[in-house]
Write a protein that binds this ligand. Structure first.
Ligand SMILES: Nc1ncnc2c1ncn2[C@@H]1O[C@H](COP(=O)(O)OP(=O)(O)OP(=O)(O)O)[C@@H](O)[C@H]1O
Ligand SMILES: [Mg+2]
Length: 359
């Protein structure tokens, strides 16, 4: 039995706005799940249905095997935090964190113990007597986290909790959230449209698009074995490069042919290309770091624009009229320099019509 199960969950707003279309997901106890997808794909809608803030059109939500869709939000044992950290300005940090515990008729001593415990974990212990207005955005968001985890929820939902913070704070807060999760192991769902946040936090990522699931997998699976061009494009910075190529067979060898190069396919895709795609056009996908430079490559190209990133450079190159981005740690490359470009084994192929990975 899954700890949390979303079974054929569907949400229609009004007459015909299908925000969530038959969503199926099983979550294990202690897992950290991230919902990743573009604006409007239904992430918040699912979170709000789980929390009980939005009705369910069809399907079911089971927590520890029991349907919770008819329960009031407060009876679900779920904590949720949002982008706008709604901490109460008229209460001290201590009272903010203690509030939900007081409603539960827990002894004063126990409340005090829990507040101090979660304040230490959330790194706000020194601010317990302050009012939220006298805290920074990051500290305020930590108060919201402390308040949410104080009730020891069965499920901790976070809907873009870091997006109001500046870039540097975002990165440090996500490490804090990861540490808190490693300590408390509260089963969590975290929403973001930042792929780097998703990769760094998740045990498993659910990539969403238009109310559908595109792919569910570990960060490595999602990045290295993207199931669709949508996922390959959404994950990675810069994202995957796509080139249209044609499949040819010569003397039992399989090649993909582009106007500027020919490449023999030797990896796991060879069989599927031979079986189904001879003489057909397909998409060759290459992550920016999966090229080789000046190592017996297969085409000569010019470095068009070079963007230094400190530890590496991003090189913009034209291949047959299409611009690709290549990441390299050769920091001495110059604009207009000619290089010998090759491909590593880690290339992937997608069907040009379905945009799904060829298998
Ligand atoms: N109360 C509502 N009434 C009608 N349509 C709604 C309502 N709430 C959301 N929608 C629509 O449902 C779809 C999903 O919205 P949702 O807020 O779940 O997206 P999201 O993935 O959280 O996006 P974002 O990343 O921008 O927060 C959108 O098309 C949105 O316009
Ligand atoms: Mg949202």
């Amino acid at each position: 039995m899954a700890y949390l199960e979303l079974a054929a969950l569907k949400k229609v707003y009004g007459k015909d706005i299908e925000a969530v279309k038959s969503f199926n997901l099983k979550v294990d106890k202690e897992e950290f799940i991230v919902f990743l997808g573009p604006s409007g794909c239904g992430k918040s809608t699912i979170m709000r249905m789980i929390a009980g803030l939005e009705s369910v059109t069809e399907g079911n939500i089971l927590l520890e095997g029991e349907s919770i869709i008819d329960y009031q939000p407060k009876d679900r044992g779920i904590s949720m935090i949002f982008q706008s950290y709604a901490v109460w300005p008229h209460m001290t940090v201590y009272d903010n964190v203690a509030y939900a515990l007081k409603l539960r008729k827990i002894s004063k001593e126990q409340i005090d113990k829990t507040v101090k415990e979660v304040a230490k974990i959330s790194d706000i212990y020194q601010y317990l007597n302050r009012y939220p207005n006298n805290l920074s955005g990051g500290q305020r968001q930590r108060v919201a986290v402390a308040r949410a985890i104080a009730i020891k929820p069965k499920l901790f939902l976070m809907d873009e909790p870091l997006s109001n913070l500046d870039a540097k704070l975002r990165v440090s807060m996500r490490t804090d959230l990861k540490r808190i999760h490693q300590e408390l192991k509260t089963t969590s769902i975290f929403v973001t449209h930042d792929q780097s946040e998703a990769l760094s936090l998740a045990d498993r990522i659910v990539v969403m698009n238009h109310g559908y699931i595109e792919q569910i997998g570990t960060p490595n699976e999602i990045y290295h074995d993207s199931e669709s061009m949508f996922v390959a494009k959404f994950i990675g910075s810069p994202p995957s490069n796509f080139l249209t190529v044609k499949v040819k067979e010569r003397e039992d060898k399989i090649f993909v042919i582009h106007s500027d190069f020919e490449l023999e396919v030797k990896n796991k895709y060879k069989k599927a290309l031979k079986n189904k795609y001879i003489n057909k056009e397909i998409i060759l996908a290459v992550r920016p770091e999966n090229f080789t430079i000046n190592k017996k490559g297969i085409l000569k190209v010019k470095c068009n624009i070079i963007e230094p990133q400190g530890s590496h450079v991003v090189i913009n190159i034209f291949v047959g009229g299409e611009e690709i981005k290549v990441v390299s740690n050769i920091l001495t490359l110059k604009t207009n320099e000619e290089i010998d470009l090759g491909f590593s084994e880690k290339i992937a192929f997608f069907d040009i019509e379905t945009e799904k990975r060829i298998r």
